[in-house]
Design a protein around this ligand. Structure first.
Ligand code: GLY
Length: 354
């Protein structure tokens, strides 16, 4: 991955330095959404010359706006602002902005350079790193897109101090997943860190280690032919929980769904590969304390299994594919699990977290 990951207490200084390194001649654009435009951009512009001089393109916030309409709006903004192939785009926002901004930049004039500045913990730990870009299309998430690495990602926890605790917990769900993929030691250290205490200074080095897990996986397998599937740990059941909650009109944040999904995957890992039940019990306590419960009943199993079967990671319509673990740090990709075992795992899930 030829991308710089910068972890810093001074995002404005880093932005000015990086923008100078990448583009001393082309015009600089900042893409942001209306929410970030009012909450974060003024703080950045107060300290960054680049942010004050850049042309700002603002799109409406929210995943529903990761759309063809917003994409056209970004391209319009680039054309109107006189963008050339030497221009640079700074994507300032959550995962929605870094996804669509990366795609808009990668396709404009066959590709201009871009830098991601994630403003949510979830985007810092996941979407802003690793080169997945794209938009939703005809109701399907991330249906159109390309793998395209940002030239740099500037990660700073100073942007997170205004985030609601739900947002921090959502990012922490993906961090727990990375900890498990790394080692028992990394996972235990992470569980011992109290994200709800909102200590942003302490978070920065933890985040650096944690994002390092994703960086190493993506370096080895940028286009998800093999190892990158490890990052799907928790996501087969997690996406099903997300769709189930959406269907009940009580949506849950992505990272909450992942945190619950990781628990189902741990249970399956125990059933299939003997994953340590002590770690599983310890995680159940953390899960209940931080994320509460998920009120599924046995009447929901058919729908949940249906959502899992239709997950786009499955190549055949019949099998349900999971990324599991023999133990923390020891990954078992492409685990096909029979429906009966998924039902048993959901029973155990309800026993332990409800
Ligand atoms: N969100 C998982 C990945 O980037 O591959």
């Amino acid at each position: 991955m030829s991308q710089q990951l910068i972890f810093t207490d001074s995002p404005a200084l880093e932005l000015d330095r990086i923008a100078g390194d990448i583009s001393s001649t082309g015009r600089i654009f900042i893409l942001t959404d209306d929410h970030t435009a009012s909450l974060v951009l003024p703080r950045l512009a107060a300290e960054s010359c680049v942010a004050r001089q850049a042309a700002v393109i603002t799109i409406p916030s929210g995943d529903v706006n990761k759309s063809l309409d917003s994409l056209a709006r970004i391209w319009d903004g680039l054309v109107e602002g006189g963008a050339t192939r030497r221009s640079l785009m700074i994507n300032l926002g959550g995962g929605m902005v870094t996804d669509i901004g990366g795609f808009a930049a990668s396709t404009f004039k066959r590709g201009i350079r871009f830098v991601n500045m994630p403003t949510t913990l979830l985007a810092a730990v996941d979407a802003s790193v690793g080169g997945k870009t794209g938009i939703n299309f005809h109701g399907l998430k991330n249906e159109i897109g390309v793998f395209s690495q940002a030239d740099a990602v500037i990660i700073s926890t100073v942007f997170f101090d205004t985030l609601p605790v739900e947002e921090l917990l959502s990012g922490y769900g993906e961090m727990l997943k990375h900890g498990l993929l790394e080692s028992l030691d990394a996972f235990r250290k992470l569980m011992a860190y109290d994200i709800t205490a909102r200590d942003m200074k302490a978070l920065l080095p933890i985040l650096e280690d944690n994002v390092g897990v994703k960086r190493r996986v993506v370096e080895e397998d940028p286009t998800e032919k093999g190892l990158r599937k490890a990052l799907n740990l928790g996501h087969t059941p997690g996406h099903a929980f997300e769709s189930w909650a959406m269907h009940r009109r009580q949506p849950i944040p992505h990272g909450y769904a992942v945190a619950f999904g990781v628990f189902v995957d741990m249970i399956l890992s125990h059933m299939l590969y003997g994953f340590d039940s002590g770690v599983l019990q310890q995680y159940a306590v953390t899960l209940r304390n931080l994320y509460g419960t998920l009120p599924i009943t046995c009447d929901d199993y058919d729908a949940l299994i249906d959502y899992m079967r239709h997950d786009k990671k499955n190549v055949s319509g019949a099998d349900i594919n999971f990324s599991l673990l023999a133990s923390p740090g020891h990954i078992r990709l492409d685990s096909i699990v029979p429906e009966e075992q998924i039902r048993q795992a959901l029973d155990i899930f309800r026993d332990l977290v409800q």
